[in-house]
Design a protein around this ligand. Structure first.
Ligand code: THU
Length: 140
């Protein structure tokens, strides 16, 4: 499959994963779809908590699900977010904590797709979103 076809599938999965978000407080549902090195897609939604700080973002839900299943090589992640029940009106850029978690597992080729609609998304490198990042090599 061509890269743009794979991305189109990943973008759809992120938009679809918004349905799994648990967002009784913000009503802002985010979906993430992670593409593994083997070409599998692992999805996640944001999971809020009455103790707001315990909330988990969609990106980390997807990444932690995959890592807990023994996957560690990832090619891309697509992210879509907007008010619950409505289509996104903006590109969904990941928060700082999620950028840091991506840094832990992302290789040079990793791409971050921020999604507005199935046909409207931007592709970024993690370096663009997290320049001068802190990683494992920083503490060796
Ligand atoms: N959120 C994400 O799921 N991903 C991000 O990168 C930014 C924020 C969620 C957390 C919270 O449930 C809601 O969006 C509003 O902040």
């Amino acid at each position: 499959m061509r890269e743009d076809q794979v991305y189109a599938e990943l973008v759809k999965a992120a938009l679809d994963a918004r349905k799994t978000a648990y967002v009784p407080y913000s009503h802002f549902s985010v979906g993430a779809a992670l593409l593994t090195g083997e070409g599998e897609i692992c999805t996640g939604g944001n999971i809020e908590n009455a103790s707001y700080g315990a909330t988990n973002c969609a990106e980390r839900t997807a990444i932690f699900k995959a890592v807990s299943q023994g996957k560690r090589a990832f090619r891309a992640i697509a992210i879509a977010g907007g008010m619950e029940g409505l289509e996104p009106v903006e590109y969904a850029y990941p928060c700082g904590i999620c950028r840091q978690v991506m840094q832990e597992f992302a290789g040079e080729d990793f791409r971050v797709l921020v999604v507005k609609s199935p046909s409207d998304y931007r592709v970024h490198t993690l370096e663009e979103l997290l320049p001068y990042g802190f990683g494992g090599e920083s503490i060796r």
